[in-house]
Design a protein around this ligand. Structure first.
Ligand SMILES: C[S@@+](CC[C@H](N)C(=O)[O-])C[C@H]1O[C@@H](n2cnc3c(N)ncnc32)[C@H](O)[C@@H]1O
Length: 243
C-alpha cells in the first residue's frame, strides 16, 4: 500500500500547518485488517461480490476516525458501508476502534480481527480516485461529514462539496442517489449551497440548525467533529441533494 503520510507537514484545511503523526506500524495494521481493502481499484464494479450480497452501497468520504460509518453499519445491517480516508495515520484510528481500542503499537494488537461488522469496509483513498474505485451508479449514497474547509481561494478545488468533486460524485452515484453533507462551518456550507445549481444538483433539504430539527435528527449519527463542535454551541448545517 502506498504511504501518503510520508510528508509530515500538512495543511489542515483551515490554513493551519499541522504535523500528521506517522504512527509506527500503521501501514502493517491497515494491511492486516480484514476491514481494509488494499487494492480498491480492483473491486470496481464488483462491490456486491466483496460484500456477498445485493444491498446498496453507501460511502463516507473523509471518514476521519470512523465513528459515523462504524455506527451506521451497526445500525443498518441491510446496507453496505464503505468509509474512505486519505491518510493512513487517521484510518488506523478506525481500525484501532474496530480492534477493541488496542493501539497498533501494543503487543496485543493483532489487526486480524474477524469481520464482526460484515457490512463495513474501509479504504485508504483520495476522493479524486472515486471513478477508478466505483463503476457508474455503483454508489447509492455519499456522506460528507465536516469536510476540510480549505478557506483560501487557491485551495477551493480541494473542497469536497465543490463543483469539481460534485462532477466526480455524479459519475459513481446511482440515478436516484443522494449526497448528505454536514458541517458547522457556515462559510463552507454557503459555498457548498452556491455550488449546487451550476453543477446541476437540487436540494431535498437544507437546514442551518440540524440539532433543532426533530424530524431530521431522527436516526442522526454524530461524527467525532459533530460531537465536539455542537458541544461548543455551534449550530450544525446539513443538506441532502440529488441531480
Ligand atoms: C475534518 S475531518 C472530519 C472527520 C469526520 N468526518 C468527522 O466528521 O468527525 C476531514 C477528514 O477528511 C479527510 N479528507 C480530506 N480530503 C480528502 C480526500 N480528498 N479524500 C479522502 N479523505 C479526505 C481528512 O484527511 C480528514 O480526516
Amino acid at each position: 500500500m502506498e504511504n501518503r503520510d510520508s510528508s509530515v507537514q500538512e495543511d489542515d484545511g483551515k490554513g493551519i500547518r499541522m504535523r500528521l503523526r506517522n504512527i509506527p506500524g500503521s501501514e502493517e495494521a491497515l494491511e492486516k485488517s480484514a476491514y481494509v481493502i488494499d487494492e480498491p481499484f480492483e473491486m470496481r464494479g464488483n462491490w456486491k461480490k466483496v460484500f456477498g450480497n445485493d444491498h446498496p452501497v453507501r460511502i463516507e468520504i473523509g471518514m476521519g476516525k470512523g465513528r459515523f460509518i462504524i455506527e451506521m453499519a451497526k445500525q443498518h445491517a441491510d446496507v453496505n458501508f464503505i468509509g474512505i480516508e486519505m491518510y493512513s495515520s487517521v484510518l488506523v484510528r478506525a481500525v484501532q476502534k474496530l480492534n477493541d481500542g488496542r493501539h497498533v503499537w501494543e503487543d496485543s494488537f493483532e489487526g486480524e480481527e474477524e469481520l464482526e461488522i460484515p457490512n463495513l469496509r474501509l479504504l485508504r483513498l483520495d476522493a479524486k480516485d472515486l471513478e477508478q474505485t466505483f463503476a457508474p451508479g455503483e454508489v447509492e449514497r455519499i456522506y460528507l461529514n465536516f469536510s476540510d474547509p480549505w478557506p483560501k481561494d487557491r485551495h477551493a478545488k480541494r473542497r469536497l462539496p465543490g463543483r469539481e468533486f460534485l462532477g466526480i460524485y455524479d459519475k459513481v452515484l446511482a440515478p436516484e442517489g443522494r449526497i448528505e453533507f454536514k458541517t458547522d462551518n457556515r462559510s463552507l456550507f454557503d459555498f457548498a449551497v452556491e455550488e449546487l445549481a451550476p453543477a446541476g444538483w437540487k436540494a431535498d433539504v437544507i437546514t442551518y440548525d440540524l440539532h433543532a430539527d426533530a424530524a431530521l435528527m431522527e436516526g442522526n449519527v454524530m461524527t467525532e467533529y459533530e460531537e465536539k463542535f455542537s458541544a461548543k454551541g455551534n449550530p450544525i448545517c446539513k443538506y441532502i441533494i440529488h441531480r
